[in-house]
Design a protein around this ligand. Structure first.
Ligand code: PHE
Length: 455
């Protein structure tokens, strides 16, 4: 495994491309292909997309740069990083918050990742060809009504993630993502073409790209912010951990920009693949978390080579989910092993067992046992909302404030320029954003979205 000369003790990614691939592997996942379409569908389409894109560029990218800078300069996990930078302060709580978010996300995420495994098997068994949209939606319901299948796949997925994390950083992550993510991009492009050529597809294009701001309220704006954080894997320290594995000589800013670009491209393309088909097949855009699983099989059923494409697609989606969950799991494992002095093996097993219990409850709470809920919300949506819409933006808020006011200007410049190796032309704008714009914007969106303040 490559060693970073300055870092000494830690594993690091073998190359700049390796780092980008692994970080993009963390960012690209169910967030882009499952969550982005379903919440865009629930929040009215075009206007939501526009707000989301704005947040990605103006807030997401600066938060990502800040997290990577913290990670690379301290060579620690999120919890330890704050302790090194500000000993005897309360800042380590931000790290703890990230670890809590990591637990929650991993639980509900593994449930949906389990669905992709079921759909991979359905693809292999050729269950979509020749089916009507009604039959395809019955397929999903039948799966959810089964006592064991959804739970089995969730647990299997968690076991696979644990296996990859146990095998180590570079070997486990870098090797696969470099080849498989570009392949996923190609399949999504093929799906876009098929979807756009379906009868009545234009309605979907309109839905996604024609902004109608009357459909947007304060809570939708907060959900868009949370989705930007969720999709970019920021706000909980994943990228502090990944930054700690990044080489000192890599250009931090340009690497972050490449990751943000790839992640956003895939989300938008997933939208273009899904919404035309949604309207063409008469599916409701606000169907919720099952939207993608109702829509895509119809496209596969209606395309040449659909059998082959569906197989490859669900395989790659499962891999994309895997490269994301291992990055989430890594946060918890790094914390357990570095701060609580556990072996990596013990840390991984312990974390995965906890996630499996929570994941099973989450899965049951969606369809089988809706009584597992708090108020009107299932445990699944509760964890989803709390982690992505509350904890991630809150984490991002503290991370930018920390880097802006406590990290130290000279140190920040040295980190971003790799000790003067690169010119940091964006430094002025970036500083302005992390000092003022991002914290104020996050706070405003947050308080407004939760109804605490009205703007
Ligand atoms: N960004 C990942 C996705 O879009 C999910 C994730 C969230 C990963 C937070 C790490 C941290 O699928």
């Amino acid at each position: 495994m490559a060693k970073d000369t300055k870092a000494g003790i830690r594993d690091s990614f073998g190359s700049k491309f390796g780092f980008i691939a692994a970080t993009a592997g963390s960012a690209v996942g169910l967030g882009n292909i499952w969550r982005f379409p379903y919440i865009t569908g629930e929040n009215g389409g075009g206007a939501f997309l526009l707000i989301y894109l704005l947040f990605v560029v103006v807030i997401g990218l600066p938060v990502m740069i800040s997290e990577l800078a913290i990670g690379r300069s301290t060579q620690r996990n999120p919890f330890g990083a704050f302790r090194v930078l500000k000993p005897r302060s309360k800042w380590f709580l931000v790290g703890i918050m990230g670890i809590a978010a990591a637990f929650m996300i991993n639980a509900f995420y593994s449930v949906v990742a389990g669905w992709t495994l079921e759909y991979l098997v359905k693809s292999i068994a050729n269950q979509f060809q020749g089916k009507t949209p009604a039959e395809i939606s019955a397929l999903f319901d039948g799966f959810q009504q089964n006592n064991w299948r959804p739970l089995f796949w969730t647990v299997l997925f968690i076991v696979i993630s644990a296996g990859v994390v146990l095998s180590g950083v570079e070997k486990g992550i870098e090797k696969y993502t470099k080849i498989l993510m570009p392949l996923l991009l190609i399949i999504i492009l093929v799906l876009c073409i098929r979807s756009l050529t379906l009868p009545g597809s234009f309605e979907g294009v309109r839905f996604l790209f024609h902004p109608d701001f009357s459909k947007i309220g304060p809570s939708a704006i907060l959900i868009a912010l949370g989705q930007a954080f969720f999709s970019l894997s920021i706000g909980m320290g994943t990228l502090i951990t990944y930054g700690s594995y990044m080489k000192r000589s890599d250009n931090l800013g340009s690497s972050a920009a490449s990751v943000v670009f790839s992640d956003t491209l895939i989300a938008v393309l997933a939208g273009i693949a899904i919404f035309p088909a949604v309207f063409s097949f008469g599916i409701s855009p606000d169907s919720g978390p099952n939207l993608v699983f109702l829509t895509l099989p119809n496209i596969f059923a209606q395309m040449g080579g659909g059998y082959f494409f569906s197989l490859l697609f669900f395989f790659l989606l499962a891999i994309a989910a895997l490269t994301s969950t291992i990055s989430i799991l890594e946060v918890v494992v790094a914390y357990f092993s570095e701060e609580l002095k556990m072996s990596r093996k013990k840390a991984t097993l312990l974390a995965s067992a906890g996630i499996a219990v929570l994941g099973i409850l989450c899965s049951l709470s969606l369809y089988k046992m809706p009584q597992i809920s708090i108020g009107k919300n299932s445990l699944f949506s509760l964890l989803e909302y709390t982690s992505s819409t509350i904890l991630l933006p809150l984490g991002g808020f503290f991370i930018v404030l920390f880097v802006a006011w406590l990290f130290g200007g000279t140190k920040l410049k040295a980190e971003l320029s790799s000790e003067g190796k690169y010119r940091v032309r964006y430094l002025g704008v970036y500083r302005f954003i992390i000092r003022f714009l991002a914290p104020l914007a996050i706070a405003a969106v947050f308080l407004n979205g939760l109804g605490i303040l009205k703007f």
